[in-house]
Design a protein. Structure first.
Length: 325
């Protein structure tokens, strides 16, 4: 039960020069730049400011502009939240890389990667300025957050969480999310997650599906994960019937690469548990000759696959995660 006195204890939320009252939802726009046409491009942020006190959660999607699953995950998660009943606040950025999204590309117009541009600065290239804006006004204002991604370059990912599992509270958040796999991922220089964690904002990365595609299952797992975390941290009422899952916890991962150029017939599927020597794919030339079998060189679980049948020698084919002994 939430005491009615809570209402008086929640103050309006200030983000940039916007003020959001408790128990309301608003979309604000943070100006990024002016286009050559003179139009202003801005970063839209959805703010749900709960009527009751609680944690502050950030959600970001499309940091890589062509990874659209996260946009649907944010839409569907927020549709389940009523600001008059919410404890705490949500700061959600459904399209972080606005310019990349409009061009349906991973990168910014100058080919920079927004997820290597953090913490950014107010005077650097566009990516650095956008990273700075997002970090200053959204991420650094929160207690914890989830950054939503998909596979790149014609690759698809099994729904999984990447996080620093050496940090106990982060590991608990990762488990609470409920994805089938959790992968320990060291911080990567310039990433949103690194910048957030450096500022004390515990952050999970959710990876699922592929760029340029919506996947109903991956969106569903992502939405449930966000709601699970909000319930566990008391932003939403607990569900008594919550089912506990036991994820595959991996400490490392590696891509198995093509041993020759050609066309790939993939035998492995996302989520397959591999035994050493198992046949994963066949590569042959355009005439079906010169066949070569790609085999698992160790045990593990398949968390990523190439979906492009045409490969060059050395191209990434199958992403395997496992627990180091
Ligand atoms: Zn990404």
């Amino acid at each position: 039960m939430i005491a009615s006195a809570d209402k008086q204890s929640v103050k309006p939320l200030h983000v940039a020069d916007h003020v959001i009252q408790p128990g309301t939802q608003a979309v604000i726009e943070l100006p990024i730049t002016k286009l050559a046409t003179g139009s202003t491009v801005s970063l839209p942020v959805i703010i749900v400011h709960g009527a009751h006190p609680g944690k502050r959660l950030f959600l970001t999607a499309a940091v890589h502009g062509d990874e659209v699953n996260g946009i649907a995950i944010i839409q569907r998660s927020l549709a389940k939240v009523n600001p008059t009943r919410l404890c705490g606040s949500i700061l959600a950025v459904p399209v972080a890389n606005v310019l990349g999204f409009l061009q349906e590309t991973r990168y910014l117009p100058d080919r920079r990667d927004l997820n290597r541009s953090f913490p950014g600065s107010s005077s650097g290239p566009l990516g650095a300025r956008l990273a700075h804006l997002l970090l200053q006004h959204v991420i650094a204002q929160c207690d914890y957050g989830i950054d939503l991604h998909s596979g790149s370059d014609h690759r698809t990912n099994l729904p999984h969480i990447r996080a620093d599992l050496n940090d106990g509270p982060t590991k608990r958040l990762a488990r609470t999310f409920g994805a089938p796999v959790i992968l320990h991922a060291p911080k990567r220089a310039g990433s949103l997650r690194e910048a957030a964690v450096t500022r004390g904002v515990r952050t999970l990365v959710y990876e699922a599906g592929e760029a340029h595609r919506w996947s109903a299952n991956d969106i569903d797992v992502g939405m449930r994960g966000i709601l699970n975390i909000m319930r566990a941290s008391k932003m939403l009422p607990q569900k008594h019937s919550a089912v506990r899952s036991s994820p595959y916890i991996a400490t490392t991962s590696r891509w198995i690469r093509a041993s020759r150029g050609g066309l790939v017939t993939m035998h492995a599927r996302l989520g397959d548990i591999l035994s050493e020597g198992q046949s994963l794919a066949t590569i042959a030339d355009a005439f079906g000759t010169g066949k070569r079998i790609v085999r698992a060189n160790q045990r593990g679980i398949v968390i990523g696959l190439s979906v492009n049948p045409v490969v060059h020698k050395g191209d990434a084919l199958i992403h395997v995660a496992w627990k180091k002994r």
